[in-house]
Design a binder for this molecule. Sequence first.
Ligand code: ATP
Ligand code: MG
Length: 436
Amino acid sequence: MSADTETEKRICDVLRLKGKSTALIIAKEIGLDKRIVNKHLYILQKSNQVFKTDEQPPVWDLLEKKKEIKHTLKPEQKPQTTRDTSEEEKHVEDLLRSGGLKAHQIATDLGQSRQTTNKQLYSMMEKGRVQKCSISNMWSLNEEWSEGSFSQERLFEMITELGDGGYGCVYKVKHKIDGKIYALKKVILTRKADSEVKALAQLEHPNIVRYITSWHGPNIWTSNQQRNQVSNSRTYLFIQMEFCEGGTLTDWIQARNHMEKQRTTAEIHKIFSEIITGVEFIHANNLIHRDLKPDNILFGADGKVKIGDFGLVAAQTDQNGDPIERSKRKGTPPYMSPEQENKKNYDEKTDIFPLGLIWFEMLWKISTGMERVKLWSDLRNQRFPEGFSDKYSAESTFIMKMLSYSPEDRPHAKDIKGDLQTFFSLEHDVLSQRTI
Ligand code: ATP
Ligand code: MG
């Protein structure tokens, strides 16, 4: 008997004696590595000797038992163990069983187009069956976590949910080993999800949320919203970041609109110049944020501005330096520049428009929702409320330019920063005394 056949016989003996088991349990029973056991289980599955359930981790059993179960089931009862994998996806899985492959290799091996293969791979990724390494572009089976072995997110204790958006959730977590508090963002893994991580990893700057690491893994800590939306077998992208304990700029504005705190022009100047410094750095890296708004501007433990949420980040130009055709209306409508709303081509100046609105919002008290609606449509058309330009003549000149309808008329982030320093440093002593 060959060594392989011997191993397969031992696996069947374990299943006969112990009943249905995971690969990990079988591996422990026969003293072999889980990967080797998995390989043999799939061979046994092919020769119709064993079957596995769709549970996570999958549970294996002898096929002869499945037949027995089938006989005892009433006609209307369906066994829980049928796989919903389409034939094509099964072929992809079989190929990957022997190790990681690139999409074009899979396409060649299966004699199908690259496009069809990519479609299958991304659909399998969303179901949590395969994963892609963003560095090598290699695809591999997602057995690492689905077999219940180590997964990084289990190293965190969830403290609270910080935000629950359409694509995922942000949690305040405590690392069980280093004891530190972090923000952990969990997003549904899609074709574009990796761009958020790539941007954050590239943008190391005191005014940008600090990135720690990221990984792909199964769902944990399901929010109410997600519980109704997605199946638990999806793969998620986890992004571990510094926790910004100072809250968001939305919190800062609201506390001042409700008179809990006072605003001083010196503080506003400091915050705004930190925002513009962060944005200047994003633009210098050939990126556009595309979703600047008070919710996405945070404050670190030291009180410094940290720009976050790079979920919509995009390159400014393609590899040849040409403009990129964009999908329309991506962003947050009240803060979106006119060209981001209507046009297919736009550049980094799209980020300057919301900054004009944000600066205004920091200076001007808005008491009610109604007042805000009215103000907003005026502001987007470069009209300020009565008294604003008299009270803030310097700021209103800047904001007016930033809210220009044509992107070409808006200043670059680096020019705004330079002008702010020149202009406001002269007045700084006077401004710092002014409470609004
Ligand atoms: P949305 O779609 O609502 O913009 P999102 O899913 O894109 O949300 P983020 O904007 O990154 O996710 O985060 C949502 C909220 O979580 C933020 O508005 C903020 O309140 C909180 N948050 C995000 N990152 C951090 C962090 N590093 N530290 C503290 N709080 C954070
Ligand atoms: Mg956000």
